[in-house]
Design a binder for this molecule. Structure first.
Ligand SMILES: [Zn+2]
Length: 99
């Protein structure tokens, strides 16, 4: 059965492949031919783990929120405190400890 590895976000782009190869779509488990229009998806942008997938399967997964893009994932993350705030906070704890 088709299996998609867990990843925080995915890089999704159109595949351009003229090589006569057959891949297995990680969404539906069916084969796809490299010469047909399809998509490349890379977990966290790691192209060494990229998978070839049907365009329709990728679009369906995107609709179901199963394939967040990097900027979508970043938007869900809490904002890290600014460097200045971190430095100020460290100064405060230092004072508390010294007392
Ligand atoms: Zn598919």
């Amino acid at each position: 059965m088709a299996k998609l590895e867990p990843a925080l976000w995915w890089e999704v782009r159109r595949a351009q492949n003229s090589k006569a190869a057959t891949y297995r779509c990680p969404f539906c488990g069916y084969h796809l031919h490299a010469t047909t229009e399809h998509m490349l998806i890379s977990p966290e942008g790691d192209s060494s783990r990229r998978r070839h997938a049907h365009r329709e399967c990728v679009l369906a997964a995107r609709k179901q929120d199963r394939l967040p893009l990097r900027e979508e994932w970043i938007a869900t993350q809490p904002r890290p405190p600014s460097l200045l705030r971190r430095l100020l906070r460290r100064g405060e704890t230092g004072r508390d400890g010294a007392a």
